[in-house]
Design a protein around this ligand. Structure first.
Ligand code: GDP
Length: 197
């Protein structure tokens, strides 16, 4: 699989609008501003790919990107908003995402993008618990590692690992930076294994 060939495929606001449920998908989730779009752009070496999902009106949609192998896709889930987002919007978010996550047969794993300086927010923990409960392989990208000194970043990683001890769905915990490209190759290798399995 070559991630460089990723192309925008389609957006969906409801499960019925998603591409046919065959093949293999890996979905990216994260709190707004965690660095999810930058991580996707970096992994696909396409500086514009996930920006499509940030254009007004698309931020709340599920965006699908096709890869060069037939029926292999990366999926950009809507970022989980800040507290200022209305109650209705949160409910909406949970409903759409809930449907996608619960019903999608071709989903091979979830990539949870978190800011290494603010890891394991309530949202992140909810996603970890969901993966554990549904036995869905989880990869965590602790991103913006370039914002910390290496020693601090190491400590942060150990802290995350300790807090997630015993979580069986956690297959990969990767120190990441879209700026320095740290962790990009490792993430691609892990994604390839999930998608090709
Ligand atoms: P999203 O809302 O989760 O998609 O977040 P974005 O990818 O749009 O990133 C939010 C902000 O963090 C932007 O200003 C990015 O330039 C910045 N950012 C994202 N990843 C990194 C990173 O690895 N290092 C640094 N220094 N900044 C980053």
């Amino acid at each position: 699989i070559s991630f460089n060939s990723a192309r925008f495929l389609t957006s969906a606001s409801r499960l019925e609008e998603c591409p046919p449920d065959h093949g293999a998908e890996v979905a990216f989730a994260g709190r707004s501003n965690a660095g999810k779009s930058s991580a996707i752009n970096c992994i696909t070496t396409n500086g514009k790919l996930a920006r499509t999902s940030k254009t007004p009106g698309r931020t709340r949609l599920i965006n699908f990107f096709s890869l060069n192998r037939e029926n292999c896709r990366l999926v950009d889930l809507p970022g989980y908003g800040y507290a200022k987002v209305s109650r209705d919007m949160k409910d909406d978010w949970q409903k759409h995402l809930g449907h996608y996550l619960n019903d999608r047969q071709c989903l091979r794993g979830l990539v949870l993008v978190m800011d290494i300086r603010h890891p394991l927010t309530d949202f992140d923990q909810m996603m970890v618990e969901w993966c554990e409960h549904n036995k869905l392989p989880l990869m965590i990208l602790a991103t913006k590692a370039d914002k910390l000194k290496f020693g601090q970043a190491k400590t942060a990683m150990l802290d995350i690992a300790r807090k997630l001890e015993g979580v069986e769905c956690l297959h990969h915990l990767i120190m990441f930076s879209a700026t320095s490209k740290r962790g990009v190759d490792e993430s691609r290798d892990a994604l390839t294994r999930w998608l090709e399995e």
